[in-house]
Design a protein around this ligand. Structure first.
Ligand code: NAG
Ligand code: NAG
Ligand code: NAG
Ligand code: NAG
Ligand code: NAG
Ligand code: NAG
Ligand code: NAG
Ligand code: NAG
Ligand code: NAG
Ligand code: NAG
Ligand code: NAG
Length: 706
């Protein structure tokens, strides 16, 4: 002993010179009884000699043991490995603990102690300040006696298999500052006696089966900084008394069955950084003035509730907000167009599955990431929205996986809003954006294959056409039936037109409304005979409008030719004319049925709905069907019409396809009447390119030139 003491003095002196604090805690264990108890504990828990070596002094050499004045005060066996024998049959055998009169901390977290907490814990460990038994595989109930541990400051029982109710006696632990009962199978009510835990700063009761209401008394825990009641079966509403918890930093009430609206008093929680109330049945509108006082708010989860009404604009520019999940609610309104503060550039927002509508705005660009999928946003997708913005299931143009036009139209109509997206066919996906760099190779490949496919297809058309001509040409006695084509471009049309075959008369106002006043978004193309626009009628039927500006003589002629054609012929292989609008002197309109599969050039290869950008190519049966359809259409014009017509503009974009991929020939203002002398080879004529705009020589063709 003398020898040891002199060694200690030497150590202290050396330490002193090395400026190392040499406190009394470095003393050796003085209690023979406690030494025996430690050995007993070592054997009952099956601990290894590696951590607790027999021959050395526990206070100085054993892992996790701390002593004060030669008595054990801290036992930390957290995560210890066991001997092979000890790990075969681990048990909650810690009777030896009763021998440590000064034990203030017992930490056995992550050490399996299957069994239940003995009743004597509360009666024999009176000096305990910290009890940490998390993840110890404990079963059974929390003993009532734990309420007698009057010095207890921290009680960690999380991640076990505790059952039964929480004893009300825990309310006697006046010094308790941390109480963690999370991740067990505890049931019953949250005890009202908790209101006495005036020193409590941390209360976690998440992931249990607590039911009933959140007790109002929780509002008296004025030091509380962390309150987590997530993942229980709590019902009733959020008590307004919570607003008294002015020190609260984290509040998590998510995944319960809470009802009602958010009490406006919560604006008293001025230190709140996390507010998580997702996955409940909360409803009502969010008071806009709730948030500005919460200047520290960083993390807000409102998802999976039934909140309604306008989304508070202030939330977009909360100074510290880094994460907002408002998904799956009934929030509505437009996205604001305001410049957010600098911190928004690190913020992640999720407003998916709500009822947001209107245009995408630059607010999207200012956030690091935002999920807006499953709303009713409309209009063109600006370049800046790609990349940080999931956009699916909206009413947007030029992106894939959107809602159907009728769904969008009725959403906007129900709310008396203007739906200005006419571009979308009913129930089909709009085409993906053309400038998609990541899929460039796929698209190049597709173009090459597409061109090859197109050439093959056109070849088949011509072969069929020749066959068709051989069959019908001999027998078909052509004669002039219907009236003559106007002799020159300026001849009056009205008299000779058969309006009954020109479909409905539309008013100019209807045309304006249908095309969104010729919105650029609805422009399909500027053809040389007229401009094509998409449109949607009041009854939600999609249409295509062709606008002829009669001030251009080329377009005037094209207009008259086409009007004339439709007044004379009607065939299921020609694009269906729904109507006309001839009200204005200088602008005339023809209205066609919308072709859901657009034209051959866009249908040959189509983007699939999957996001990988893969292209789906038309199957060969459909290709053959299209070839035959195109041939039938040409055959009709060429051999069944009197006088016969030549299309002169057969290309992939004039072969329109309806919903069943049946061919409907378009570009009909290129058509001309074929001369009646049959000496000329009709194939060479078919191959003639559409005439250029320069004036040609005189002849029968000239008056038809564009
Ligand atoms: C408890 O013991 C473990 C394992 O030795 C150690 O990692 C941990 O820091 C100790 N904790 C305390 C509070 O002493
Ligand atoms: C118990 O030990 C674990 C593991 O070392 C540690 O993380 C935990 O903080 C300790 N418990 C207490 C209450 O200090
Ligand atoms: C709780 O008990 C079940 C079996 O009843 C077991 O599968 C599970 O691992 C236990 N959980 C813990 C945390 O010990
Ligand atoms: C434990 O606390 C109960 C009250 O909850 C009290 O009646 C009992 O006397 C206490 N036991 C001891 C040993 O302190
Ligand atoms: C909080 O703890 C202190 C001792 O640290 C104690 O004096 C006081 O009574 C406790 N407060 C409450 C409200 O229980
Ligand atoms: C609340 O508890 C749950 C489950 O234990 C956990 O997932 C969640 O992160 C906790 N909330 C906060 C704010 O720490
Ligand atoms: C951004 O956040 C920091 C701390 O997270 C805060 O100090 C600062 O005021 C915030 N900036 C703005 C513009 O609100
Ligand atoms: C946004 O919320 C929805 C619904 O809660 C969820 O499905 C989606 O994964 C979230 N988006 C992101 C990017 O986390
Ligand atoms: C929210 O929207 C859904 C889907 O339209 C509807 O069924 C539900 O009644 C709405 N809830 C509220 C509270 O308005
Ligand atoms: C939406 O965007 C379109 C252009 O894409 C614009 O014409 C229209 O005015 C915008 N609507 C609103 C409400 O800003
Ligand atoms: C659009 O589709 C819906 C159902 O999918 C249908 O009721 C409606 O009549 C369609 N409208 C048009 C214009 O085809």
């Amino acid at each position: 002993m003398v020898n040891r003491c002199s060694k200690l003095v030497l150590v202290c002196v050396v330490s002193f010179f090395l400026l190392i604090d040499c406190t009394v805690e470095q003393q050796f264990l003085v209690s023979r009884q406690e030494r025996l108890a430690l050995l007993q504990l070592r054997s009952s828990l099956g601990l290894r000699a590696k951590e607790w070596p027999l021959k050395s002094d526990p206070c100085t050499a054993w892992a996790g043991i701390k002593c004060t004045n030669g008595r054990v005060t801290v036992i930390n066996v957290s995560g210890f490995k066991r001997t092979r024998k000890g790990s075969q049959n681990p048990q909650f055998l810690v009777d030896a603990l009763q021998s440590f009169t000064f034990l203030s901390s017992f930490n056995a977290s992550n050490l399996a102690l299957p069994g239940s907490i003995p009743e004597w814990f509360g009666l024999r460990l009176g000096s305990l300040q910290v009890l940490d038994l998390r993840s110890c595989s404990i079963v059974g109930t929390i003993p009532f006696s734990l309420g007698n541990l009057s010095s207890l400051a921290e009680l960690h029982l999380s991640d076990n298999n505790l059952t039964g109710i929480v004893p009300t006696s825990l309310g006697q632990l006046l010094l308790l500052s941390v109480l963690d009962l999370s991740q067990n199978s505890l049931t019953g009510l949250i005890p009202r006696t908790f209101s006495a835990l005036g020193n409590l700063t941390f209360l976690d009761m998440s992931l249990n089966f607590f039911s009933g209401a959140i007790p109002l008394e929780i509002g008296t825990l004025s030091r509380l900084q962390y309150l987590n009641l997530s993942g229980n079966s709590l019902s009733s509403s959020i008590p307004a008394q919570l607003s008294d918890l002015s020190n609260l930093v984290d509040l998590d009430l998510s995944i319960n069955s809470l009802l009602g609206s958010i009490p406006p008093g919560l604006r008293g929680l001025k230190n709140l950084q996390k507010l998580i109330i997702g996955n409940n049945f909360l409803s009502g509108t969010l008071p806009g003035d709730l948030f500005p006082p919460l200047t520290q708010l960083q993390h807000l989860v409102l998802s999976h509730n039934s909140f309604t009404g306008d989304f508070p604009v202030v939330l977009w520019s909360m100074p510290q907000l880094r994460f907002l999940d408002a998904s799956r609610n009934n929030f509505t309104g437009t996205l604001p167009d305001l410049s957010l503060n600098a911190n928004a550039s690190v913020a992640v927002f999720n407003i998916s599955q709500n009822f947001f509508y209107g245009n995408l705005t630059s607010v999207i660009r200012r956030l690091r990431f935002i999920d807006v999928s499953g709303n009713y946003l409309q209009g063109r997708v600006p370049d800046y929205a790609s990349g940080n913005t999931p956009l699916s299931r909206n009413c947007l143009r030029n992106v894939a996986s959107q809602r159907s036009a009728s769904e969008c139209a009725s959403f906007y109509a129900e709310r008396g809003l203007v739906f200005d997206n006419f571009g979308m066919p009913n129930g089909t996906q709009p085409l993906a954006p053309k400038s998609d760099k990541t899929h460039r190779e796929v698209i190049i490949l597709a173009s090459v294959l597409g061109a090859a496919g197109l050439i093959a297809l056109l070849a088949i058309v011509f072969v069929l056409l020749i066959l068709c001509k051989r069959k019908t040409g001999a027998t078909n006695q052509r004669s002039i039936g219907v009236g003559p084509v106007p002799a020159n471009g300026s001849s009056p049309l009205g008299a000779s037109l058969n309006f009954s075959s020109l479909g409905d008369a539309f008013t100019y106002k209807q045309i304006l409304e249908a095309t969104g006043e010729y919105s650029d978004l609805n422009l399909i193309k500027n053809g040389h005979s007229g401009d094509f626009f998409r449109g949607i009628l009041e009854n939600a039927n999609p249409i295509v409008v062709k606008k002829f500006d009669l001030r251009s003589s080329v377009k005037k002629e094209a207009y008259m030719l086409e009007l004339d054609l439709f007044s004379k012929v009607s065939h299921q292989r020609l694009v269906p004319l729904l109507g006309h609008c001839l009200e204005n002197e200088n602008e005339k309109f023809l209205i066609y049925k919308y072709m859901p599969n657009e034209d051959l050039s866009s249908s040959l290869f189509k983007k699939t709905n999957s996001d990988d950008g893969s292209l789906q190519s038309l199957d060969w049966i459909t290709r053959l069907k299209i070839a035959i359809g195109a041939a039938e259409g040409l055959c009709y014009l060429h051999h069944e019409c009197n006088p016969p017509f030549v299309h002169r503009d057969i290309q992939a974009s004039s072969i329109l396809l309806d919903d069943k991929f049946e061919v409907r020939l378009g570009s009909l203002s290129e058509i001309c009447v074929q001369e009646r002398d049959t000496n000329q080879n009709s194939i060479t004529r078919l191959l003639r390119l559409p005439p250029s705009s320069d004036q040609g020589t005189s002849g029968t063709w000239d008056f038809l030139k564009h």
